[in-house]
Design a protein around this ligand. Structure first.
Ligand code: ATP
Ligand code: FE
Length: 335
C-alpha cells in the first residue's frame, strides 16, 4: 500500500511516500524567509507553500521511485495550524485525490506527532498501548494518554505558551536567531545549568505554564545588562544552560506525576522540542530512576514532517477511514 502524505500546517512544506508503513521518501522545504522576522509570518508562509507544494510532492514521488498512478490514498494535515497554510495543503490534496480517483484521508497534526512512533524502522521498538505521550512543540505542550491509535485523551496541557515558544522567546530576548531552540540546546551543553536560578511556575494537576518563565527571563536580563552591558555575551552558555535546566525540570515534574497518576510506565515524546538533547537525556535517566521504558523518535520525525502524516494516513487507510471531499481545514482541531 502506497500512501502520499502532505504537511503544510505551519512554515514547512513537506511530502512523503510510505509503503506498508515504511518510509520511501520524506521531503521538506523549510521556509527561510521567517528568520528575518523572528517568527512565522502567516501570509508569507501561505504564499511559500503555494510555490513549494508542487515541486515538493513531485520530488517525494520521484525519490520514492513511484508514479502518481501507483498511490492508494492521499493523506493531508487538516489541522491544527495556520489557516492560510493548511488551506494550501488541503486544497492540493483534495484536487490530487479527486483527479486520481483516490481516497482522501484527513490527519490531525498533533496525533501525527505521536503516531510518528509507528513508522516502520529496523530496530525501533514501538510503544505498546496504553502509553503516555508528551507532545512538546512550537504550538503545543500536552501529555496525552494513548489507549489506541485513534483513542487518545489529553490529560494535561499548557495554559499559556508552548514550550517551543518559551525557547524561541527566550532566544529573542538573548538576541539569538529564530527558531532558537536548537541553539539554546547546543549552548546549554557547554554551560553551567545551575549558574542562574529561575523559579518554576506553580500550576495545578498535569497542566503547564511557560509565560511566567519568559517574563522572569526578560526582567533578569534587563536587570543584569543594566549593571553590565556585556552580561549576555559573557554568560550566554550559562544562561542557556540555566533556562534549559528550568524547562526540563518543569516537563519532567509533570511527566513523573502523570506516570504516577496513571500507573503507565511506557513514555514517548514527540514534536519539535523532543529533538532537545537535555530532554532526551532526562528521559533516559527516567528508565533507571523510575523503571520507565521510553520512546524517542528519530530526529527527522520530531519537527514537522510529512512522514508522520503518511503513517497516520496508512493506519486510517487500513481501517477504511476516509474523509469526504467537502472536508475543511480546521485551525483549532483538537486531538
Ligand atoms: P505544532 O506542532 O504545535 O503545530 P510546530 O509544528 O510549529 O508546532 P514543531 O515543528 O513541531 O512545531 O517544533 C518547532 C519548535 O521546536 C520550535 O519552537 C523550535 O525552537 C523547537 N526546537 C527544535 N529543536 C529544538 C531543540 N533541540 N531544543 C529545543 N527546542 C527545539
Ligand atoms: Fe508540529
Amino acid at each position: 500500500i502506497y500512501i502520499l502524505g502532505i504537511e503544510s500546517s505551519c512554515d514547512d512544506t513537506a511530502a512523503a511516500v510510505i509503503h506498508n508503513g515504511k518510509i520511501l521518501s520524506n521531503v521538506i522545504a523549510s521556509q527561510k524567509i521567517h528568520e528575518d522576522y523572528g517568527g512565522v509570518v502567516p501570509e508569507l508562509a501561505s504564499r511559500a507553500h503555494q510555490q513549494n507544494i508542487v515541486p515538493v510532492v513531485d520530488q517525494a514521488l520521484k525519490k520514492a521511485g513511484i508514479t502518481k498512478s501507483q498511490l492508494h490514498a492521499v493523506a493531508f494535515t487538516r489541522g491544527p495550524g495556520l489557516m492560510g497554510s493548511l488551506l494550501v495543503g488541503t486544497s492540493f490534496a483534495k484536487s490530487l485525490a479527486y483527479g486520481l480517483d483516490l481516497p482522501l484521508i484527513d490527519v490531525n497534526h498533533m496525533q501525527a506527532h505521536i503516531l510518528a512512533h509507528f513508522i516502520e524502522e529496523d530496530g525501533y521498538n514501538k510503544p505498546p498501548f496504553p502509553f503516555l505521550a508528551m507532545t512538546i512543540s512550537g504550538g503545543h505542550t500536552q501529555i496525552v494518554k494513548v489507549n489506541d491509535y485513534f483513542n487518545m485523551t489529553v490529560i494535561g496541557e499548557t495554559i499559556d505558551d508552548a514550550v517551543g515558544e518559551a525557547y524561541d522567546k527566550s532566544g529573542k530576548i538573548l538576541g539569538l536567531g529564530y527558531p532558537a531552540g536548537p541553539e539554546i540546546d547546543k549552548r546549554a551543553r557547554l554551560g553551567n545549568p545551575k549558574a542562574f536560578k529561575f523559579t518554576k511556575p506553580k500550576v495545578a494537576d498535569l497542566n503547564f505554564s511557560f509565560s511566567g518563565l519568559k517574563t522572569a527571563i526578560l526582567y533578569f536580563i534587563q536587570r543584569e545588562t543594566k549593571a553590565n552591558p556585556n552580561f549576555i555575551t559573557e554568560n550566554l552558555n550559562d544562561i542557556c544552560a540555566s533556562i534549559q535546566y528550568t524547562i526540563i525540570g518543569i516537563l519532567m515534574d509533570k511527566l513523573k506525576l502523570a506516570s504516577k497518576q496513571t500507573g503507565i510506565k511506557h513514555i514517548a515524546i514527540g514534536g519539535g522540542v523532543s529533538a532537545n538533547s537535555g530532554i532526551r537525556e532526562a528521559l533516559k535517566n527516567g528508565e533507571q530512576k523510575f523503571g520507565w521504558t521510553t520512546y524517542v523518535p528519530k530526529f527527522e520525525f520530531t519537527t514537522d514532517n510529512a512522514a508522520m502524516i503518511a503513517i497516520v494516513g496508512y493506519l486510517k487507510y487500513l481501517k477504511g477511514e476516509y474523509a469526504p471531499f467537502d472536508v475543511t481545514a480546521t485551525a483549532r482541531l483538537k486531538i
